[in-house]
Design a protein around this ligand. Structure first.
Ligand SMILES: Cc1cc2nc3c(=O)[nH]c(=O)nc-3n(C[C@H](O)[C@H](O)[C@H](O)COP(=O)(O)O)c2cc1C
Length: 417
């Protein structure tokens, strides 16, 4: 069946960001944590190998998985942490590989805060000492950050941003979604502070805004500065659509170049399409999880919006772009299975992703199992192998465990000293 020309036209149109940088088309390879750092959290050669797959894949915007700003605060085994220039040559190879197809490249910067699995890190920190619930024993109660700690983490975001831009990335994205540290400051469930870093929404947003300012001061106007923000945490009493809309307005005032909309956290994995709270039928019926929110806020904002989560068909992507609700479509899991999907959507030879991951079928674990299952595909590509979408999740689990055993042993032995 041949494609109507309209979808490809909408996807192929370039986009000029507020700072003048031109994204050559409307498809982005969204952030996926590659977990391809070594046991010291330095990047490995597997990263450039993996990113050459995506560079050839045709997306106009390529985001890295989360790069940690502090090697003492790691979210997953194998995370890359960047604190200074010590790994500059490999970071340069990574940036060159990611941009070799002409895409604008962004390094995603993150700090996990309290979302650190036991064994991966044993001294988590957070705005307030509130533990991740729902997985008893797997997460520790975090230590409350002091004001000095907070200032120092803001500086870390700026420093890491500077290194990544010096390495050749076109800019950075601050990860303020999915329940990590910045999101913990934003949410009233996890930020119970009464000082200037907490309280009302303005106080809870201060950390994000100060990170944005510090990063901009470091990288200058020529680098792209993006933020990934939850439309909501999908938890009763958490960061909600109204909060997100207000924060978007403040980010626009800060002249952020792009905001990516997502939702959820480890307690409510809405970003993987598995929220803890029921969502409205109108949202459930949409291909993209957070499209209703983007449509609602679009008219009141001029900052370019990227939407990630659930997009699978050229028609669904084109419709979201044509409606004006969204400026860039983010694709994560489909590009782990079909790294060349953007190119095929753009040239009209694909109408949709054809590969769907195999699920365990246990709702409670499907969000996390899905993450792990895709991580294994990234690792295969990092070794120069093609993705293996048809394998059973349990085989992937074995693969994952084999790859990570040395990391875990290393961390556990470090923690026991
Ligand atoms: C293996 C894996 C790793 C991920 N790592 C990150 C990450 O480092 N940073 C981030 O913002 N989102 C991360 N995500 C979430 C994706 O960026 C995206 O929001 C989510 O997968 C929904 O989009 P999709 O339906 O296109 O997959 C990850 C998702 C997967 C599957």
């Amino acid at each position: 069946m041949s494609l109507d020309r309209a979808p490809t036209t909408a996807l192929a149109r370039p986009l000029t960001l507020p700072n003048g940088v031109v994204v050559p088309n409307r498809l982005a390879k969204a952030a996926m944590s590659e977990c391809l750092g070594d046991t010291r959290h330095s990047p490995t050669e597997r990263l450039p190998t993996l990113y050459r797959h995506w560079a050839e894949g045709g997306a106009g915007l390529v985001l890295t998985g989360n790069v940690m700003v502090d090697r003492r605060a790691i979210g997953e085994v194998g995370n890359v942490a960047v604190e200074d220039d010590r790994d500059l040559p490999l970071l340069q190879q990574w940036a060159t590989a990611a941009g070799s197809g002409g895409a604008v490249t962004l390094a995603q910067l993150n700090h996990p805060g309290r979302q650190v699995l036991l064994g991966v890190g044993n001294h988590p920190v957070a705005p307030s000492p509130v533990r991740v619930t729902g997985a008893a024993g797997v997460f520790r109660t975090p230590r409350e950050l002091s004001s000095a700690d907070i200032e120092s983490i803001i500086e870390r975001f700026a420093r890491t941003a500077g290194v990544m831009v010096r390495a050749g990335f076109g800019g950075v994205q601050i990860h303020a979604a999915h329940g990590y540290l910045v999101n913990q400051f934003l949410s009233p469930l996890t930020n119970q502070r009464t000082d200037r870093w907490g309280g009302d929404l303005e106080g809870r947003s201060r950390f994000l805004i100060e990170v944005v300012r510090a990063v901009r001061a470091e990288v200058g106007a020529g680098a792209v500065l993006a933020v990934k923000l939850n439309s909501a945490d999908f938890q009763r009493g958490g960061f909600d659509n109204h909060d997100a809309e207000a924060v978007l307005g403040w980010l626009e005032e800060e002249r952020v170049d792009l905001v990516e909309i997502s939702g959820g956290n480890y307690e409510s994995t809405a970003f993987m399409g598995v929220p803890a709270e029921p969502v409205a039928a109108s949202t459930r019926a949409r291909e993209a999880y957070f499209l209703d929110f983007a449509e609602k806020v679009r008219g009141r904002l001029s900052v370019p919006l990227m939407l990630t989560g659930g997009f699978r068909t050229a028609a669904g992507m084109a419709e979201a772009l044509e409606s004006g609700a969204v400026d860039i479509v983010g694709l994560a899991r489909p590009t782990a299975l079909e790294p060349d999907l953007p190119r095929r959507l753009l040239d009209g030879s694909a109408e949709a992703t054809t590969r769907t991951p195999r699920q365990l079928g246990i709702r409670r674990f499907d969000g996390m199992a899905n993450l792990l299952w895709h991580t294994v595909q990234l690792q295969r590509m990092g070794r120069g192998l093609p993705p293996a979408p048809d394998r059973h999740p349990l085989i992937n689990l074995a693969d994952y465990s084999r790859h990570y055993a040395p990391y875990l042993l290393n961390r556990l032995s470090g923690a026991s000293r």
